[in-house]
Design a protein around this ligand. Structure first.
Ligand code: 13P
Ligand code: SF4
Length: 311
């Protein structure tokens, strides 16, 4: 059993030995964020995975993110600290159900949020992330009927912002669904000048109070740029680590959940990844993400479209 400092040293040693790169999402623990070579939102991480020249990618995020890395960089070994790190949005949209829904709406194209399985991507026309969805939508003719899956909150927010009438799949993120409007308003009373930055996976009742709505990177950039010295953050609270690192003089408050504090808004899937599992993944070259080539190629098409349309 190694102590914390030894994990860091061992991970750095193995990373060199394996010519590996560590990519991490903002929802990972501070220790994992600090040892990562690159941290970003889903779009940034996809781009990074597509262009890295490392032999091994260790993806510290959830499984669908690591799958994207494998889809875009099939010649690389893609490792994850914990293969069980799923996502409630992915769970809400089984491929056979989406296939049946598409069949029932043959005139609709499928615009699909990146938070889904490779099999669901393979059934989709274009993938979007929260940072690229609006730009991509603006390139699709108004008259084109669209199915948007699996996040109904992001879909509803896009419908409201763009005046579209996309058909929404009834999925949601268990973390962002848990924010409480009542508790948020109480917090706002205590900090009337603090702007609220929210992720579009939040329900409309939360987004209605937000000063800015955007991806994790957009929320981070807003928090750092804001003139206010206190900012309320309505997304998974581990992102606050990056805010505190870059602006230690400011106060960042995680938006409260139903129990009145922000600890219940931690993503239980992201939390499965630990420094020990990251070390073991590099040491054992496992667990490794694998995909059958037919699914990979079919999933790559709508992902390539996203990268092209978001450029
Ligand atoms: P971002 O693309 O904003 O990083 O979102 C990923 C995610 O899973 C949010 O819950
Ligand atoms: Fe999925 Fe929500 Fe966790 Fe993001 S925060 S990975 S959407 S469960």
């Amino acid at each position: 059993n190694l102590v914390q400092t030894d994990w860091v040293q061992e991970i750095k040693r193995l990373k060199k030995e394996r010519n590996a790169v560590i990519l991490a999402h903002y929802y990972q623990t501070p220790e994992i964020q600090d040892i990562a070579d690159f941290i970003g939102d889903s779009l940034d991480l996809s781009r990074k995975a597509a262009e890295t020249d490392a032999d091994v990618i260790v993806f510290c995020g959830v499984r669908f993110m690591a799958e994207v890395a494998k889809i875009l960089s099939p010649e690389k070994t893609v490792l994850v600290p914990d293969m069980e790190a799923g996502c409630s949005l992915e769970d809400s949209c089984p491929p056979e159900e989406l296939a049946a829904f598409r069949k029932a709406h043959p005139d609709h194209i499928a615009l699909t949020y990146i938070n889904c399985s490779a099999e669901v991507k393979a059934l989709s026309d274009i993938i979007v992330t929260s940072s690229s969805a609006e730009k991509i939508l603006s390139q699709i003719p108004e008259s084109q009927p669209i199915i948007f899956a699996p996040d109904r909150n992001l879909g509803a927010w896009l419908n409201r912002k763009t005046g579209r009438d996309m058909l929404l799949w009834p999925g949601s993120c268990i973390v962002h669904e848990n924010f409480s409007e009542t508790e948020l308003l109480k917090l706002k009373q205590l900090h009337p000048n603090a702007p609220i930055a929210a992720h579009p996976e939040c329900p409309a009742a939360i987004l209605d109070h937000a000063d800015v709505v955007g991806s994790t990177r957009a929320i981070l950039e807003f928090a750092l740029k804001s003139d206010s010295d206190t900012i309320i953050v309505a997304t998974e609270p581990h992102i606050i680590h990056q805010m505190e690192k870059s602006a230690p003089h400011k106060t960042f408050i995680g938006a409260p959940g139903m129990d009145g504090n922000c600890n219940c808004n931690m993503c239980p899937y992201m939390a499965l990844n630990t420094m020990e599992k990251l070390y073991l993944a590099l040491k054992n070259k496992a667990p490794e993400v694998t995909l059958d080539e037919k699914t990979r190629l079919a999933a790559k098409k709508p992902l390539d479209k996203m990268l092209e349309m978001a450029a």
